[in-house]
Structures are given as C-alpha cells and as structure tokens.
Design a protein around this ligand. Structure first.
Ligand SMILES: *Cc1c(COP(=O)(O)O)cnc(C)c1O
Length: 400
C-alpha cells in the first residue's frame, strides 16, 4: 500500500482532534523512529514524553511478550503476581505514598486524586495553577488552565480557583479552610517547560499543612527521571500527599497511577472508585520492567548529564541567533522560545530527520527518550542550527 493511503484512512476515520505531523511511523528503537519508507528520525517528541526508556527497549519487549503468553487480563478484585511485584517496586520509590490506585491514563490519575482529596478532607474547593495542564476529562479539565480547552465544555467542577504559578502570596490568599487540595505540576510541561521559583512548592506544602489541605503533585510528564531526579519534586524538597503518574510509567502501554499517603487513600471506601482495566497484568509487567530499566541504567543521572549537554547546545544557538528568545529546562525536559511561529522549523526538522514537539505557537519542546545518545543530540543541534540560520536570514531580509 502507498503511504498516502494510510494517511487517508486516518484522516477520514480518526476523530480530527490532532494537529497531524506528515510522518507515518512504523518502527522504533531507542531514540530513533523509522517511517514507512525507511527514513530514520531522532525522536525528541518521545510520544509526548511517554518514551522514557526509548522505543521497544529489549527488557520491556521481553516483559510484555512473557506476560502476554501467561495472562493478559485480570481484574483488580483478583490477586495477580505481576501486579503485586510491581506495586512493591513502585512504592519503594515513594515510601511515604504506599497506597496506589491503578488506572489507564494521566487524566484518570488526576480524576482519582481530586475525588480522593474531596472525600478525605470533606471539602470541595481546589486551588489550581495558571498554565497548568492535567488532562481533558471533566475533572482533570476543570483544573487545567487553558480557557480554550475549558470554556466550550462548561459547566465544569465547582470551586476551582486558579493562581499564578510561582506566586506564593497569591497561593496563600487562595488556600482557605474550605480548600480540599492544591494541584500543581512540579515543572509545567504543556505550557512550555516552566520551572517555578525554588521555594514555591515547599511554601505551598507548608500552607497546605497549615490549612489542612492536601498537596497533589502531577508528575505525569516529569516523573521517572525526566528532569534529572526520579521525581521532579525532589529538586524542590516538596513531597506531596498525592502524586499522579502516567505517560512513561509502562513504557508506552497505557497506565495511570495515583499514589497517596496511607491515611489519605484510606478515606476511599470499597466501590468509591474503580477501573476495569486498572492494574492490568500486561501493563504491570511493562511498568515493572520500566522501573528496572530506569534504576538499572541510571536514567535520572543520564537525563541530568545529557540534558545539561543538550541545554548548553541550545544556549549556544541562542547566543548566535537572535531569533531565539529563551532556552530553559531541567534534565531532558527542555524548551526553546522563538520570535516567530515554530511550524516551519518543525516541518524543516522533520525533513532533515528530527522529530520535535511544540508548546503553543512559538515554543519548541524537547522530550526525548532518556536513552538518547550524545551523537543524536548533536545531530538535532546541527539540524536546528541550519534551520535557525535560514529563519534568521529570512528575518534580516524582511528588515532591509
Ligand atoms: C499528559 C499529561 C496529563 C494527561 O495525561 P493523559 O494520559 O493524556 O490523560 C496530565 N498531566 C500532565 C502533567 C500531563 O503532562
């Protein structure tokens, strides 16, 4: 079949909700993707940050194969060996949050966190962050900032208040004796890799404690080493009461997880919440292997080292090309603001063999697998250099 026929099927039948890249991906390995015609790309999109351990990591593939031959489905009302082992491993990585609800996506992990906070505190209000992103189901959408996502679907949850991300004084005003929880990303992802001031999360944790509210940290994008530490909150010494995980947790198999303190999760009674697929053995086998790979290959440290190298390279580009407005990020969660829409750069990069991601109209985002090789980063920097030079020349021509 011709490439165009596949694109046509998707265009005609998949709900037209996504800004499509003109690439038909068929194979992946590490930080490389191949299209239908066999062309190789360095993948800095990483399936929106899902591909933490890279594409088709042999240990993940092996775990999935082995489990697929033993047992694919098993409801959480029945015990399962692989699920049990996975839970034990996962909670060892967050010892103060030993209770886990397993679901299938980031939004679901957030839904559980919101219900949990309301039930545990008996309060209704939630304080959320401007610029925050938590998913698009009704509960998660209600605490997501972008009005373009929210307004067409109102009415949403009642009692949500948004405060400027990073502004502790405004957070202090908003958190009251009616507040069930504060929800935040430790580093904002969708709004373009926004790092809060160093004392912000710790300060919010203290205010929450004072007011009897819970701190929910959404580590869906930042978790599992992405930012150079296993959990991004470790950079800020602000351990949450509830933590949401998803994206890379199961190596690309759908999974979400809501981790909570023992007495917090104890407020949900039998039947208060559930998920048919949650805790699925195939996903648990993959997730268990992901933990082995993340720890075994020292991926958080690797993300720090390669992230510093990548960011330095981007900063050098910034110093050479005035079309670059800003470069920032932590670990392998990086962003570059341009002075013009990024669309041509995205498409140009694709043509040259680099798959990049965007955040809004003028920001490039980089969420490569943590197993990316240095020479692959160098290749991406080289491609970007060529494209920035082209854009710079275009801009200077317009000026004269
Ligand atoms: C992607 C993301 C979500 C939503 O995850 P889905 O699996 O798309 O529902 C929630 N929170 C954060 C921080 C995310 O980056």
């Amino acid at each position: 079949m011709k490439k165009e026929a596949f694109l046509d099927y998707e265009d005609r039948h998949l709900a037209a909700l996504y800004e499509k890249m003109p690439i038909l991906a068929v194979k992946g390995k590490g930080a490389s993707l191949w299209d239908y015609e066999g062309k190789e790309y360095v993948d800095c999109m990483g399936a929106y940050g899902v591909a933490i351990v890279g594409h088709c990591h042999p240990k993940i593939v092996e775990a999935i194969k082995r489990q697929a031959e033993r047992l694919i489905t098993c409801h959480a009302s029945i015990y399962n060996d692989i699920r049990a082992e996975f839970l034990e491993k996962l909670t060892r990585l967050a010892p103060t949050l030993p209770r886990v609800f397993l679901s299938n996506s980031g939004a679901e992990a957030v839904e559980c966190a919101i219900k949990l906070a309301r039930k545990h505190t008996g309060r209704k209000d939630i304080v959320a962050m401007m610029g925050g992103y938590h998913g698009k189901t009704f509960g998660a959408l209600s605490v997501t900032w972008n009005p373009r996502y929210r307004e067409p679907f109102e009415p949403l949850l009642q009692g949500i208040r948004f405060v400027p991300y990073g502004n502790l004084d405004r957070a202090r005003e908003a958190i009251t004796s009616e507040t069930a929880a504060v929800i935040a990303e430790p580093i904002q992802g969708e709004s373009g890799v926004i790092i809060p001031p160093p004392e912000f999360l710790k300060g919010m944790k203290e205010i929450c404690k004072e007011k009897g509210a819970l701190l929910i940290l959404d580590e869906v994008q930042t978790g599992f080493g992405r930012t150079g530490r296993l959990w991004a909150w470790e950079h800020f010494e602000a351990e949450p009461d509830i933590m949401c995980l998803a994206k890379g947790i199961a190596g690309g198999i759908p999974m979400g997880a809501t981790l909570a303190r023992e007495e917090v999760m104890a407020s949900l009674a039998k039947g208060d919440h559930s998920s048919t697929f949650g805790g699925n053995p195939l996903a648990c086998a993959a997730a268990s292997a992901v933990i082995d790979v993340v720890l075994g290959e020292g991926l958080p440290r690797r993300a720090k080292e390669l992230g510093d190298f990548f960011r330095d390279g981007l900063k050098t580009l910034q110093s050479h090309y005035s079309v670059v407005r800003d470069v920032r990020g932590m670990g392998l969660m990086l962003a570059m603001d341009l002075r013009f829409p990024v669309k041509d750069v995205l498409l140009g990069a694709l043509e040259k063999g680099a798959l990049l991601l965007y955040s809004g109209r003028t920001t490039l985002r980089f969420l490569p697998p943590l197993v990316i090789e240095k020479h692959q980063i160098e290749k991406v920097l080289g491609i970007l250099e060529g494209l920035l030079q082209r854009e710079q020349e275009k801009m200077e021509k317009r000026k004269v």
